[in-house]
Design a protein around this ligand. Structure first.
Ligand SMILES: Nc1ncnc2c1ncn2[C@@H]1O[C@H](COP(=O)(O)OP(=O)(O)OP(=O)(O)O)[C@@H](O)[C@H]1O
Length: 332
């Protein structure tokens, strides 16, 4: 090695992100000290129970947090440039172009009163100076890339004439129109049946590999992350409690919360046995305990947990926020 090869700038580097909502009952810390990095063409699964801060993390990156919410701290570096310091105009130029978002409800993207071709050609022309015919051709190609049969017919349809799965495919195709560098997908397949979900996941996976797109896939479903992502980050009460490569985390979870999530997957429960669930409730983000937010539900709780655990790296490439991680020799 000559030491001159520059390290590639990651597509996205989120550093110590804090997003809060100023509510009447007080300041709610929806995202607290969240950091992660995504390289080009990599897929990060962001998992956690409802209310853990996954969507707010995605919205923060997209610049879509509205009052009473606000990004209260940290940096969001997209290809090295801090999105939190950009003007609304600069952000708009990136959104829908270099960075795109896919929502759980495709109708957040689709306009019910316009045909698919009108919406797609307008979306192309919003960021690229091309003729209507070229925009239509790009739309047709992108629908075909998403595995959509008879794309010419779909282009003539209105959203209500498409099935739920097809509508979501079209919404994903719109996100892919400009071959973005980063896509944030917020549970887009959760409402679909498992077969359609599996098809869409495999199409998205193929597409991001071909294009070198980086993808954040937000989900509460560990099995989706297992099949799709390269890396995963587990959120609990607004914080990342564990992150690492999907294989390493699923094979050997360090945090008791991750272990609990894995234990509650149907495939890990014996037939005839009741589904294992993590006992207790997620804490109220307005009244978080001083110490570890998971302590009240934790099978491994100890005296240290009265304080807030920091993020440590007990194994290479593995980060965990726990005083008693399940590393051999230190397990309580
Ligand atoms: N507009 C808002 N005003 C006040 N609190 C909000 C607002 N939006 C989100 N929150 C709070 O922020 C926290 C994180 O919410 P978020 O939607 O990110 O969770 P999530 O992990 O994506 O869950 P889900 O899967 O249910 O969407 C929650 O406690 C939620 O109530």
């Amino acid at each position: 090695m000559n030491g001159t090869t520059p390290t590639p700038v990651p597509t996205l580097e989120v550093r110590h992100l804090r997003t809060v909502f100023d509510t009447r009952a007080g300041m709610l810390k929806a995202v607290d000290d969240v950091s992660f990095t995504i390289g080009r063409g990599r897929i990060l699964g962001l998992v956690g129970e409802s209310g853990s801060g996954k969507s707010v993390t995605g919205f923060s990156i997209m610049g879509l947090v509205d009052p009473p919410g606000r990004v209260a701290g940290g940096e969001i570096l997209f290809q090295g440039r801090d999105l939190t310091k950009m003007s609304p105009r600069e952000l708009r130029a990136l959104q829908g172009n270099r960075i795109a978002m896919i929502f759980q409800d495709p109708m957040m993207t689709l306009n019910p009163v316009l045909r698919v071709d009108t919406q797609m050609t307008e979306a192309v022309q919003a960021h690229a100076r091309v003729s209507k015919d070229a925009a239509r051709e790009r739309s047709r190609e992108t629908l075909a890339m998403m595995g959509i049969p008879s794309p010419d017919e779909r282009l003539l349809a209105y959203p209500h004439q498409l099935s739920g799965g097809m509508r979501q495919r079209v919404a994903i195709a719109i996100a892919m129109l400009h071959r973005p560098d980063l896509i944030i997908a917020d549970e887009p397949t959760t409402a679909l049946d498992v077969t359609i979900q599996a098809q869409i996941l495999s199409e998205v996976q193929k597409l991001v590999q071909q294009q070198g797109t980086s993808l954040i896939w937000i989900t509460h479903d560990l099995s989706v992350v297992a099949g799709l992502a390269d890396e995963m980050a587990v959120m609990y009460a607004g914080r990342i409690v564990e992150q690492g490569s999907v294989d390493a985390v699923l094979d050997h979870p360090l945090h008791p919360y991750t272990a609990g999530l894995i234990g509650s997957l149907p495939s890990n429960n014996r037939r005839g046995q009741r589904l294992h669930q993590i006992p207790g409730m997620t804490p109220n983000l307005l009244h978080l305990p001083e110490g570890c937010a998971f302590a009240a539900r934790c099978p491994r709780v100890g005296s240290a947990c009265a304080a807030q655990p920091g993020l440590t790296e007990p194994l290479p490439g593995r980060q965990v926020r726990c005083f008693y991680p399940a590393v051999q020799g230190t397990q309580a």
